[in-house]
Design a protein around this ligand. Structure first.
Ligand SMILES: CC(C)(COP(=O)(O)OP(=O)(O)OC[C@H]1O[C@@H](n2cnc3c(N)ncnc32)[C@H](O)[C@@H]1OP(=O)(O)O)[C@@H](O)C(=O)NCCC(=O)NCCS
Length: 159
């Protein structure tokens, strides 16, 4: 298995993977398609197994007002038949070691038990606009003390 950056020629394949990984929701697939279409700043990596994309991870800018204050991790997806074999963990660990990620503040909405294994901690501040009471909002290298609601790219508001 190889991990590398996603290239634009593979956007359709990434969409197909997201559709399989999130069968009950079009949100994640449409989110990534809209981010691509609108040329938003993204950091994306994929796992390749026998020339096929089997996992995908993306990061987009997090905002405090108009200033970038970190990155949002979303989505992370593994093809269903490859889930629970350590691939999502491996891709996440790889991404967290990359230069553009490793010294940045990272935010994620997800299962606390999963993300805490990678050093994420429950995030009290900033507030996440998509997660009531920040119940599933975690962060890494976050030293925010002021109260504000973190901004996302506009494409995230389609939920
Ligand atoms: C969540 C997901 C990315 C994890 O990747 P993975 O390769 O299956 O996970 P790993 O084998 O590395 O690690 C296993 C851990 O992932 C978590 N996990 C696995 N499948 C999961 C699922 N369907 N939903 C939520 N968490 C899951 C669990 O914490 C699990 O730990 P456990 O076995 O001790 O309970 C993957 O299962 C997936 O794509 N699920 C569907 C899409 C999704 O829910 N993405 C979530 C974030 S946007």
């Amino acid at each position: 298995m190889k991990i590398r950056k996603l290239v634009p020629e593979e956007y359709v394949k990434a969409s197909a993977l997201l559709h399989l990984a999130f069968p009950e929701s079009a949100y994640e697939t449409e989110l990534v398609e809209n981010l691509h279409r609108n040329g938003k700043a993204m950091h994306e990596w994929v796992c390749i197994h026998i020339n096929k994309i089997i996992a995908y991870i993306a990061f987009t800018n997090a905002y405090h007002g108009s200033a970038v204050c970190g990155l949002h991790l979303a989505p992370l997806a593994v093809k269903p038949e490859f889930q629970r074999q350590g691939i999502g963990s491996e891709l996440l660990r790889f991404a967290l070691r990359q230069d553009v990620i490793k010294e940045n503040t990272i935010f994620v909405v997800g299962k606390p038990r999963f993300y805490q294994k990678f050093g994420f901690e429950p995030c009290a501040m900033p507030l996440c606009p998509f997660d009531k009471n920040n119940a599933h909002f975690l962060s890494l290298r976050n030293n925010t003390s002021s109260q504000f609601t973190v901004g996302y790219e506009a494409e995230f508001s389609g939920r």
